[in-house]
Design a protein around this ligand. Structure first.
Ligand code: ZN
Length: 290
């Protein structure tokens, strides 16, 4: 969620029935930005209850943008009002008030997407990493592991003039590849136009598109040097702007130690289902383990 919340009932790693979305299509895209934290929690609980339709749920998983720790949203740059909010407690209380004891788990949204990819592709035994390219740049991984994992804020340049990241930090991947950052950089062009112009050979735009690829390759190479090689999935509204062949080549230039070679990239069209499935599957596994 950032612009909207999507919810679904998950059975056997699949969505059963319809996905519910709020604010509904046609409502203001900004509605969530101005909604107080309590109301967001109440609305999530209401949608979940209506999906359950009186049946008991084994667990509820929520994917939420930002840094999540023990059910608390510690930081959420795009939904500032929820910073410090104990979302898990608020949801469990809401379910308890209607007589249901349901364990709730909150995950970073990119982690939920990574879990959804692992579950739907049958690769839950492997390390899967995902870059979500949209307004910001998210980094998710499965299996879930405690940590901040703010890969979108990897430092990919030492140029002190690179200061477009939404977090305010200098030299960050998101400051180059994030949609918001691109709009700040190209005040005269929309990001879509930048990539279109680059295809037509316009110099300033093609240089920037090359820089985007180098930045993403650099952050990926850092992840490989820290955690080893593997599959990196690209998803989110802007994933289609990335040329996987170029990215492969750049990473190959950046990672030379032979035990660390063999990573690959795959673009997965953006969709809400992966996050819903991933949050549910992770929550069910976590509450079963507890
Ligand atoms: Zn940043």
């Amino acid at each position: 969620m950032v612009e909207h919340v999507a919810a679904g009932l998950v059975e056997n790693n699949q969505i059963a029935g319809a996905v519910k979305v709020f604010p509904e299509i046609g409502d203001s895209r900004e509605a969530l930005l101005s909604m107080p934290a309590d109301n967001i929690a109440a609305k999530i609980a209401e949608v979940v209850k209506s999906l359950a339709g009186g049946n008991s749920l084994s667990a509820v998983g929520v994917g939420f943008p930002g840094i999540i720790r023990e059910g608390v949203v510690e930081e959420s740059p795009n939904l500032q009002q929820i910073k410090g909010f104990h979302l898990r407690e608020a949801l469990e209380t809401a379910f308890a008030s209607s007589g249901a004891r349901v364990p709730v788990r909150i995950y970073n949204d990119a982690d939920a997407t990574a879990a959804g990819i692992a579950a739907t592709r049958g690769v839950m035994g492997k390390l899967s990493r995902v870059w979500t390219l949209g307004n910001g740049v998210g980094f998710g991984r499965y299996p879930w592991s405690p940590g901040a994992w703010e890969g979108g804020h990897s430092v990919v340049t030492l140029d002190p003039k690179e200061n477009f990241c939404g977090c305010g930090g200098r030299g960050h991947l998101e400051g180059i590849l994030g949609h918001r950052a691109m709009r700040l950089r190209f005040l005269d062009l929309e990001p879509e136009e930048v990539f279109e112009n680059a295809k037509n050979g316009e110099m300033r735009c093609s240089e920037f598109v090359t820089r985007c690829h180098r930045a993403l390759a650099a952050a990926t190479a850092t992840s490989i040097h820290m955690e080893g090689p593997g599959t990196f999935y690209l998803t989110g509204p802007n994933a289609n702007w990335i040329d996987v062949g170029t990215l492969d080549r750049l990473v190959h230039d950046m990672v030379k130690m032979s035990p660390l070679q063999g990573s690959r990239f795959e673009v997965i069209p953006t969709n809400d289902d992966l996050g819903i499935i991933g949050a549910a599957v992770s929550a069910a596994a976590a509450s079963a383990a507890a």
